[in-house]
Design a protein. Structure first.
Lengths: 68, 147
């Protein structure tokens, strides 16, 4: 699964912070281009597979509060 | 404009009407009720994806979106007021800080702060400088002597 974060709303530091918090639940890989930050999520814990990506997005958004 | 699909409702907002700060403010309020994802261009059009944390009907999704619009309006107003009041807030804080400075200035003009402090502790109006034995045991020792 890949999540696409728009750099105009999300920043890399926050995403890395979220990955640190979620690192035990799955494997994360970050790729960055000019406009977007791509987060690839693999080997997710079966029990939380359905909600992991959505919860991850919310976590990043909540962390973004500190930057505004 | 709104799009509903897969337990998700996508709202498109004109960022000239709703600033990014207001969108983020409203989004934070909904973090515990929905999964939120932002996309688009903060200078033109912002897309807000609201996904139900449980399976929601079309009506429930529309209600969620309507509540989000209201919250957005609330935050837009708050943002606008804080923007309009920025100067007066800065003035009040500035005046408060300058007031403290002026007060210190007056003290300085009437005598150096060291002199004032020296005078104050010499007076000792609360009797802090008196030893505990003198203050409290004097009466007791006199009573004991009388006995």
């Amino acid at each position: 699964m890949t999540l696409n974060f728009n750099k105009k709303f999300y920043n890399l530091k926050t995403i890395e912070k979220a990955i640190k918090a979620y690192r035990r639940l799955a494997d994360f890989k970050v790729e960055e281009n000019k406009n977007r930050i791509k987060v690839r999520i693999r080997n997710m814990d079966k029990e939380i597979k359905k909600i992991l990506s959505d919860e991850f997005c919310n976590y990043v958004l909540a962390e973004m509060k500190k930057f505004f | 404009m709104t799009v509903i699909k897969n337990n998700k409702i996508i709202l498109s907002l004109n960022s000239k009407l709703y600033p990014l700060e207001a969108v983020l403010g409203a989004a934070y309020v909904f973090l515990d009720r929905a999964y939120i994802y932002l996309d688009g261009d903060p200078e033109k059009e912002i897309s807000v994806h609201l996904k139900g944390k449980r399976e929601l009907t079309k009506k429930e999704l529309e209600d969620l979106a309507n509540e989000f619009w209201n919250e957005l309006l609330n935050y837009s107003l708050r943002y606008q007021i804080s923007k309009n009041n920025k100067k007066i807030r800065e003035y009040i804080v500035g005046a408060a800080l300058l007031g403290t400075e002026a007060l210190l200035g007056e003290e300085a003009s009437s005598g150096s702060s060291e002199e004032i402090l020296e005078e104050d502790w010499k007076k000792d109006p609360l009797g802090i400088g008196i030893p505990w034995e003198e203050k409290y045991l004097k009466g007791k020792s006199q009573k004991n002597e009388q006995k």
